[in-house]
Write a protein that binds this ligand. Sequence first.
Ligand code: ZN
Ligand code: ZN
Length: 461
Amino acid sequence: MSKQTRNILIAVVGVFLAAAVISIIMSVSSEKDAHNIAGQAAKSETAITVNGVELPAYEFKDDTYTLADNLIYFGISVEPDEDGKVLNITANQDGIPEGMSIEESIIRMQDDPDVYFPDYVTCINGEQISSWAVDGGTLIPRAALSKLGTEVYDESSGTYSYMFGDYGKAPENPPVPTAPELTSPEASADTAVSSTQQPAATAVPAVTKEAKIIVLDPGHGKSSGEMSAEEKAEYGWVNNGDGWGEWRHFKYGTSSPDCEGDGCSHRVTPNGACWYPIGNGDRDTEPAINLNNCLAAKAYLEQMGYIVRLTRTTNDENPSITRRLTYCYPNNDTSQQPDADIFLCVHSNAGGGSGSAYIELEGPYDQPTTLGSSEAYTDAGNTLGRYINEEIGANTALGTNSPIGGEPELIAFCKCPVICGYMEIGFFDDPSDLEILNSSSDAIGRSIAVGVDRFVREYMG
Ligand SMILES: [Zn+2]
Ligand SMILES: [Zn+2]
């Protein structure tokens, strides 16, 4: 081969390689465009070390982050689940990969990487944490590392040092909270009335131990047209300049403040609309039906030993959904941890049809919840809805329908911090259903209570 031929060959190969590199870069950047960019991180002055090795730190939205992907060098596994919807960070008994220099293996991104809304949620030991996506990795808050080992802060050097234990040794998993034991329905069978009789108070099983807290949310309320601006503000509605309503999400990964149309992942959002106008919730017949069903359910649940909170107690009030969700917290104080176990939306349907159903959670949801992952939150709420609907079908004249899908964006689903169920009990615009609804709130309330109780025993217990 002549020198000239060889040079031509090298040139041809070079062009091919360049074309390949360019096409890879183009495909990567077009993939990037598919995600919502959230902003740009900056190199942090905060020093983070794990087992004595310094990890790169980044500042983003008033918090310090590090790359989850580097934790694999410290006996931690960082693995997406099968569907790629959850990134699980857990202690890995097998320890670190062998024959690697940790210092050399650590991934260090450029100083100001682009940050994206992730299309997955991140969990440490099953507990959901906030996270952001960067090219080829995941940013997690510095403080989340304390879930994996001990934390020591040295004020003089501004260094957070973490010890994850011996490389192969897993830190203890947090204890799984145990649900209070409840007496079985059979235990009180001797006091129960026969099933042919009307349900009576004595037929309801009693709780003997620590009570669960159930928030019942009778949907809707006073019409927006009858509310003054002061009243709207007092009940948690916000004026965005165009009118009154509320925001569908919190800022990404937080339990406040509101997303205000950006700052959220825009997942489970129809047409990107984060705003819910107050008038969309106006109803005439439905508010009273919902309240009656909830008042009956409250009485039965309290007999069973549950603590019940109502988000409204009259038809002359109409709190925003965001305000209603504050009943999940002690004294409505959202700066504390939620203490409720269940938030149950109680509605009646309209628009053609009859019978009872629950609305399905579909997810993925990215607000922090006591359930940890979006999947666990979704599964719990749907199971609760199914149990209650089965009881309504068995104990009232209402028929039952398949779960209602295609509404994953309901504000309660997107903002609730605890298990969230959503019932659509009968069709109030169907004459036959309306008659049942107007005459059977006691049986419906009892069905709600028995369904909740079954859920607590079988699912949470
Ligand atoms: Zn939003
Ligand atoms: Zn409704």
